[in-house]
Design a protein around this ligand. Structure first.
Ligand SMILES: [Zn+2]
Ligand SMILES: [Zn+2]
Length: 124
């Protein structure tokens, strides 16, 4: 699988550790502008409702843009230790009561979720 060379190439990038073992790196590549085929679509601001092409200015609504994106995942299964890679829809689903990107270990079938934020233990 093609890996991003820098986070700049990505719409989304995350690195996670699983308990008690394993982990995953997941990313979504920025899409090429469908109009001029040159620019890489990007949100001008974090809160922006569209992704814009920096070259020709073409704008695509956030929802449409993200619905057609793919999440690439490289993982080490927390259950069986299998190392693999997979691609899923860039869409959060409900997993163990929380919203997460969910994928399946190709070896043991374990469903693995990448939640929005891992709970950090509280520091005192
Ligand atoms: Zn363009
Ligand atoms: Zn597994």
């Amino acid at each position: 699988m093609k890996q991003p060379e820098s986070v700049d190439e990505c719409l989304y990038f995350t690195r996670r550790k699983f308990e008690p073992k394993g982990g995953a790196v997941a990313w979504v590549f920025r899409k090429q502008c469908p109009k001029c085929k040159e620019g890489l679509m990007k949100k001008p601001k974090k809160t922006s409702p569209t992704y814009d092409c920096p070259k020709c200015g073409y704008a695509e609504p956030k929802k449409e843009h993200e619905e057609t994106a793919e999440l690439n995942i490289e993982y080490e299964c927390p259950k069986c230790g299998h190392k693999g890679e997979t691609t899923v829809e860039y869409k959060r689903r409900t997993w163990q009561g929380v919203k997460a990107y969910v994928f399946k270990c190709e070896e043991c079938g374990e469903k693995i979720g990448l939640t929005k934020k891992m709970k950090e233990p509280k520091k005192k």
